[in-house]
Write a protein that binds this ligand. Structure first.
Ligand code: ATP
Length: 220
């Protein structure tokens, strides 16, 4: 059935790629990009929006700077003009009210910037990396939710190897996120990332074909 929308103007199929910390989202997104998908990364957008000189950085400093100094005795702004993200993460990790306040500042702007990028990039389908897709109830913004699923033990191992943090801290970071069951319940598609990276290729290629077909079907 025709939608009446000319194919060239049809919006891309949008895939929200999510998964726990260090589950392999970035690695998998890079494989979709290699097959031609446009990729937008919410973490990267957040870093750009809070880069030195950005208006949002000033707002964050105004709202949390004094509190961070009072609690941890260190400045939220580094000497090179960049935000000390680890310190801010620590504050909101310990304090739910401050976390909500930070999310209120960040999330609407991240969403707006991602929407603008999505429009600019176009294409047949796009992959948006959104680590907190389930936690923020954003599944309805996407045509498909793709979950990178990974056993917790492997997640902990990869997190510690990549970021050099201790097991207790890694465990606490995992505990603060949505459960594996909640993510699985929200997902349309799942990639299990529990083997060597080479095992991902055929899984990504199969989904690439599926998303292209779904996008085409939605346009015809
Ligand atoms: P974050 O949530 O912190 O943004 P992420 O989900 O994007 O993380 P990646 O950075 O892609 O996860 O992967 C985490 C680490 O695990 C990286 O160092 C990556 O190279 C490694 N990794 C991912 N998948 C595999 C795999 N199948 N085998 C071995 N190492 C892997």
């Amino acid at each position: 059935m025709s939608t009446g929308v000319p194919a060239a103007d049809a919006p891309p199929l949008r895939v929200g790629l999510t998964g726990g910390i260090a589950s392999g989202k970035t690695l998998i997104a890079s494989q979709f990009a290699a097959l031609g998908a446009a990729v937008i990364d919410a973490d990267q957008v957040a870093r750009e929006l809070t880069a030195p000189g950005a208006p949002l950085l000033s707002e964050i400093l105004e709202r949390f700077g004094a509190l961070v100094e009072q609690r941890f005795g260190s400045k939220l702004l580094r000497v090179d003009g960049s935000l000390d993200r680890a310190l801010l993460r620590r504050l909101v990790f310990e304090d739910a009210e401050q976390r909500r306040s930070l999310e209120g500042l960040l999330h609407p702007r991240i969403r707006a910037r991602m929407a603008a990028l999505s429009e600019q990039l176009g294409g047949i389908y796009q992959v948006h990396i959104v680590p907190l897709l389930v936690e923020t109830g954003s599944t309805r913004r996407y045509d498909r939710v793709l979950l990178v699923d990974c056993p917790e033990a492997l997640q902990l191992q990869r997190l510690q190897a990549r970021d050099g943090i201790d097991p207790k801290e890694a465990q606490a970071m995992l505990a603060a996120q949505a459960s594996r069951a909640a993510r699985l319940a929200a997902a349309n598609d799942v990639i299990v990332n529990d083997a060597e990276p080479e095992a991902l290729g055929p899984k990504v290629a199969a989904l690439d074909r599926k998303y292209r077909e779904l996008a085409r079907a939605g346009r015809s």
